[in-house]
Structure formats: C-alpha cells, structure tokens
Design a binder for this molecule. Structure first.
Ligand code: HPA
Ligand code: ZN
Length: 330
C-alpha cells in the first residue's frame, strides 16, 4: 500500500494554518509588509510554544487581506492536500480574518473561496467543505459575529460551526449563544477541547455546547469514565497526532493516546491541524502512525470510514466519497 495513494478524509484543518510559508512570504513581498519575524532560519514558521504559535499564526494571516488572497490560498492548500491523497477536506474558516466578520464582506470572501474550491474539485477530485470558527481568546461577545456569518451562509458548502483559539480562555458555556444560533441554522457542531484543557474541558464542550465532534479531545484519555462516555455516545475525535507531538503534549508518537482511545472504542479520525507549522502532512501522519502502532491498510480504512461517517457534508457527497473508498484496492 502506498501511503500517498490511500484515500484520506481530513476533518480538522485551519485554512490559514495550512498556508505554505513561501505563499505567505510571497504575499508579504507583494504588499511590502515586513513579517520576517514569523519565519525561522530555515524559512519555515518559527514559534516557541502554543501561545507564541497563536501570535505567529495571526501575524502570518495579516497578509491575507482580500477575497482574491483567500482564493489563491484555497488553491494552494487543496493542491497540497490532493498531493497527499486527500479526497475530502473539511476546513476551518474564520470570518474574523475574512473581512472582520462583517456579513457582506464574508459573503465576498466565501464566494471567492468556493470558486477556487470548485476549480480544485474539477481538476483533482478533492472536495472541500467549510466549518466556520469563532476564536475563543477573542471572547464570547466577539464570537457572535462569526456565528451570524455562519448562520447567514449555512448550506451545502458551509456545513458546520466550531471554536478554535486558546482553549484556556473562558469556558465553553460562555459561547452558548453562538452555538445555539449555529445549531438553529442547521449547522453541525464541533469544538476544540481536550488539548490544553483536561477531561473537564471535553465534558463541558459536549454538555454546554452540544457538539457532536471534538477537535483533539485526546486529554479525555486521562479519565476512564469520559472515555467510556465518548465510546457509548459516539462522539468523534478529530485527532491531530503530529500537532500534539510538535507542541510537546506528548513526548513521542509512541506515547500518543490515539491507539488506546481506539482500543477503548472511541471513534477517532486523523488530521494535520496546521501542517506547515507542525512540519507534517497527511502522508507523514499515516507513516508515523504505521511506524508507532503498526497500523496497516485495514486500520487506515477504519479511520477513513470514521471520518466519512462524521463528516458534515450532505448524503449525496458522502455517497460519492463512499464509492471512492470502496474502489480503492487495499
Ligand atoms: N489550535 C487552536 N486554534 C487554532 C489552531 C490550532 O491548531 N490553529 C489556528 N487556530
Ligand atoms: Zn485545530
């Protein structure tokens, strides 16, 4: 089995976080903006820890200022994902960075991104769907505007709503207004939890926001009763092992809890989070998981099926993706 050719579905990818450093450097040069501080000596993104990562992320994102910039970004990101064998990508989109969460501006950014996604699908067969995110450390008041943007544009392309940013800021229940609005608009829900917060953060995201998926969620492994609850209720974890190892949450791939969670019956999926920041890719995730846990074709097929089941896209799209999984010789 070639890791590259194996069909992959990715459910947890931050659009700006997937921007190749050369792409961001090029835009900075075009606009004569000095963001040299975000890059290290090797030309890649450089940061000390998660707090600094969020600062570097926002600095890099500051050169993306027009719908056309975002269209070019979608093209670059999907090209890279398709080259990694990704057939379906659910991407976190932040109206806060796309016109300051003004609904009219957001519609323009969205239109440009959707056109770029349609071109990528026609060329490479990769399907993109958007999950609008609010940003936790911007606070609950500022989360209302992206929720309104999400509700106004909910449909076949914008399928979900979530929360990213600094998990240690505030509590999930502070954001119920935004999540309730998104749910009423028909959006599916996910939240970053159980990465920098422990099991309680996961419990609260489920109980207070009513999410059906958790971004990361790996710290749930520290609480056997929570692990049982996840297994029984079928809450799906968007696990990003390379991101966790890069940020020092676990000292090695072997010590990552993804395999234990799986063995305990939790439905896990595999994603890259912010691949160039964490020096990873979907192919690298698969290679490291195979090396650390002996995963083979059957294991990766189970992961892909979990992602297909948990994807927020409509039934027609799922049917087409299911056919592509079925067609793949393992
Ligand atoms: N985690 C949390 N918030 C983020 C991330 C991430 O990896 N990327 C962009 N916002
Ligand atoms: Zn994330």
């Amino acid at each position: 089995m070639s890791m590259r050719d194996f069909p992959k579905l990715e459910l947890h990818l931050h659009l700006e976080g997937a921007a190749p450093p050369a792409f961001i450097r090029g835009l900075a040069r075009e606009k004569s903006v000095d963001i040299s501080g975000v890059f290290g000596a090797d030309g890649g993104y450089a940061f000390r820890d998660f707090g600094h990562f969020l600062q570097v992320y926002e600095a890099a994102t500051s050169v993306l200022t027009t719908p056309e910039d975002y269209a070019r970004l979608v093209t670059a990101v999907l090209e890279e994902s398709a080259a990694n064998g990704v057939i379906y990508s659910e991407v976190f989109l932040s109206p806060d960075f796309c016109g300051g969460s003004d609904v009219a501006a957001w519609r323009e950014y969205l239109h440009a991104m959707q056109e770029a996604a349609a071109r990528a699908e026609a060329r490479d067969g990769i399907v993109l769907r958007g999950v609008v995110t609010c940003i936790r450390h911007f606070g609950p008041e500022r989360a209302r505007a992206p929720a309104l943007c999400a509700a106004e544009t909910a449909g076949a392309f914008i399928t979900g709503f979530g929360i990213a940013g600094d998990e240690t800021a505030g509590r999930p229940r502070d954001f119920t207004w935004s999540f309730d609005l998104a749910r009423e608009a028909g959006l599916r829900l996910t939240a970053h939890a159980g990465e920098w917060g422990g099991p309680v953060s996961v419990r609260e995201a489920i109980a207070d926001l009513g999410v059906e998926r958790i971004g990361h969620g790996v710290r749930a492994a520290e609480d056997p009763r929570l692990v049982d609850q996840l297994a029984e209720t079928g809450v799906v974890l968007e696990v990003c092992p390379g991101s966790n190892v890069a940020l020092g949450l676990y000292p090695s791939w072997q010590r990552h809890p993804i395999q234990t969670l799986r063995e305990r019956g939790v439905r896990v999926t595999v994603s890259t989070d912010d691949p160039p920041f964490f020096r990873t890719s979907m192919v690298r995730e698969y290679e490291e998981l195979a090396r650390a846990f002996g995963w083979e074709a059957g294991d990766f097929l189970e992961i892909a099926r979990n992602a297909l089941d948990a994807a927020f896209c409509d039934a027609d799209t799922k049917g087409r993706l299911a056919d592509r999984l079925k067609d793949h010789p393992t």
